[in-house]
Ligand binder design. Structure first.
Ligand SMILES: [Zn+2]
Length: 198
């Protein structure tokens, strides 16, 4: 798929791009499955970070990968109107959108300056997980993954409220103001002329 700077313009009917597999006895262990069309999405693998000792690509069977797909699946099932308190209360996304990947990043504690008056106890390693591949910044939560997918499935109108898109919109608008441009011409993924998002 060729890279494109154009905002993604999808169809209006989100049902065109996902299918559901309802479990007869839907439980947390056997959630109903939301499958987004594997050819649908705005992801590109060249936006993934380089893997190294502090940046690891998580496999689909990794417990955190499963957890992200569960959280996003629950949220999206409600958003798309297929969630049901009695017959389908638990959901999971079958896969991440095309060319999206979940990475785990290790952040090392900052070294204490030599001779510090009140040396702090040694800091701990921090583990964060992010989704890469989408055309804004990294997506920092499973909830945002659900929001971004919903935005795509509904045709990419208005501003996306996922954390990845929000950061880009703000930065784009600020940069545009600094350059004396109208924020509408900022390189955000919003459609031109939509003004403020919901
Ligand atoms: Zn988004």
């Amino acid at each position: 798929m060729a890279a494109s700077a154009q905002p993604y313009k999808g169809p209006l009917d989100p049902r065109e791009h996902f299918t559901v597999t309802l479990q007869k006895h839907c439980t947390k262990e056997r959630p109903s499955i939301l499958t987004v069309d594997p050819t649908f999405g705005d992801g590109l693998t060249h936006r993934w970070p380089q893997e190294d000792q502090d940046m690891t690509l998580l496999k689909p069977e990794h417990e955190k990968h499963v957890l992200w797909r569960r959280t996003a699946g629950d949220w999206l099932a409600k958003d798309l109107g297929v969630w049901d308190e009695h017959s389908a209360p638990h959901w999971i996304l079958e896969t991440l959108p095309m060319n999206y990947a979940l990475f785990e990043q290790v952040t090392h504690p900052k070294a204490e300056k030599p001779g510090a008056v009140n040396p702090k106890p040694a800091g701990k390693l921090r583990l964060d997980r992010f989704i890469f591949g989408h055309n804004g910044r990294k997506i920092r939560s499973a909830l945002s993954l659900g929001k971004h997918l919903s935005w795509l499935l509904h045709g990419s109108h208005e501003l996306c409220t996922c954390d990845g898109c929000k950061i880009v919109s703000k930065a784009g608008a600020a940069a545009a103001v600094a350059m004396g441009l109208s924020p509408i011409t900022a390189p955000t993924r919003a459609s031109p002329g939509t003004g403020k998002g919901s």
